[in-house]
Design a binder for this molecule. Structure first.
Ligand code: PMV
Length: 335
């Protein structure tokens, strides 16, 4: 078989969950307790470049820094899988460039892990199809499973212990709902205080509401799927916003409580509720203080100006639904 001798490059988007992943049935493989749904963004891609290294050990450089734990062990886990699967043993040098900082609760690690998974599969000529790639990305970061396929995605929790049935797939293509707009409101770029992994473990171990949360997500997944496929903004609004609120409320019922939002977040949410009286919009929040607003193109400029006037220090970035991970052809230079 012909081997990939030169560098390979892959690019992947962040994805924003509409139905949140919060709870693992297997921490080593990042297998979730519930299904989740998300959409890829058309901006803020992460690029992963991979090449053979004449060195004693693999190297993983992310935004100019050699990765230490916990990220290093996640990359290593994926590389081990690739080596076993391809029966090859080259030492690799991986360079990852993100446009969104990781650990701010805006899916930066999902983009990085999925770009890395695709580059790995290309470098080792693994010939994986989308479902297998999604499962490989999942080993790096659970939510990365949803940055492999195009557009709106469903990540199936799966039931098998090896995780081969826990992958994401497209439920609506990125260009099927052209009026949809997604606004990232960046209030704070400091890393989150409790990582998603630690937060999920603490909630599962200490919250009396964890089981109810799990059942609710699995119950809501097919209902939200219908709302997305019907492009029913109103129905999606109430389902997605309430799911995000429930996830944050759930975190506050852990011992000790986990609070990802800040006072600035709460002020923005109050403002969004005001705007919601006159405009189609809803918000969601990942494990961080930065709200994400979904709206339709007719209301975008009003919402943007209103946020700029009331929160001049916030950075507001408008995106659309976007495609999933892809191989980048070129000269191998990471810009
Ligand atoms: O994939 P992780 O371990 O970064 O966890 C992501 C968790 C949330 O972003 C809060 C929810 C989600 O479904 O993306």
């Amino acid at each position: 078989m012909k081997r990939n001798s030169g560098p390979v490059m892959a690019q992947a988007p962040p994805n924003i969950a509409l139905l949140k992943y919060w709870g693992k049935r297997d921490s080593a493989l990042n297998l979730p307790v519930a299904d989740s749904l998300a959409v890829c963004l058309d901006d803020f891609h992460t690029t992963a470049k991979m090449q053979r290294a004449d060195a004693p050990a693999d190297s993983f450089v992310w935004n100019g820094q050699e990765m230490g734990p916990p990220y290093r062990s996640r990359f290593q886990r994926m590389v081990r899988f690739a080596r076993e699967r391809s029966a090859r043993d080259e030492v690799i040098q991986a360079e990852i460039k993100s446009t969104l900082p990781p650990r701010i609760g805006l899916a930066g690690s999902a983009a990085a892990m999925s770009a890395f998974a695709l580059a790995l599969s290309e470098f080792f000529d693994m010939g994986l199809h989308s479902r297998e790639l999604s499962a490989l990305a999942r080993m790096g970061s659970g939510s990365a499973a949803r940055s492999i396929p195009d557009g709106f995605t469903w990540w199936h929790r799966g039931h098998l212990t090896d995780g081969t049935d826990s992958f994401a797939e497209t439920i609506l293509s990125h260009d099927a709902w052209p009026e949809l707009r997604i606004l990232l409101i960046i209030l704070d770029t400091e890393g989150k205080r409790v990582s998603s992994t630690d937060g999920m473990v603490r909630v599962a171990q200490t919250s009396p509401h964890f089981e109810a949360w799990t059942h609710q997500c699995n119950f809501l997944a097919p209902i939200m799927l219908e709302a997305i496929q019907a492009q029913d903004f109103e129905k999606l609004s109430s389902l997605a916003q309430s799911n995000a609120q429930t996830m944050h409320a759930l975190c506050m019922t852990a011992q000790p409580p986990i609070v990802y939002v800040s006072s600035a977040t709460l002020r923005v949410l109050e403002h969004l509720e005001e705007l919601r009286r006159a405009h189609p919009l809803f918000y969601t929040l990942d494990a961080g203080p930065n709200p994400i607003v979904f709206t339709l193109d007719g209301s975008l400029s009003t919402i943007e100006s209103s946020l700029a006037a009331s929160f001049p220090r916030a950075s507001v970035q408008a995106c659309r639904p976007g495609p999933g991970a892809r191989i980048v052809k070129g000269n191998g230079a990471i810009k």
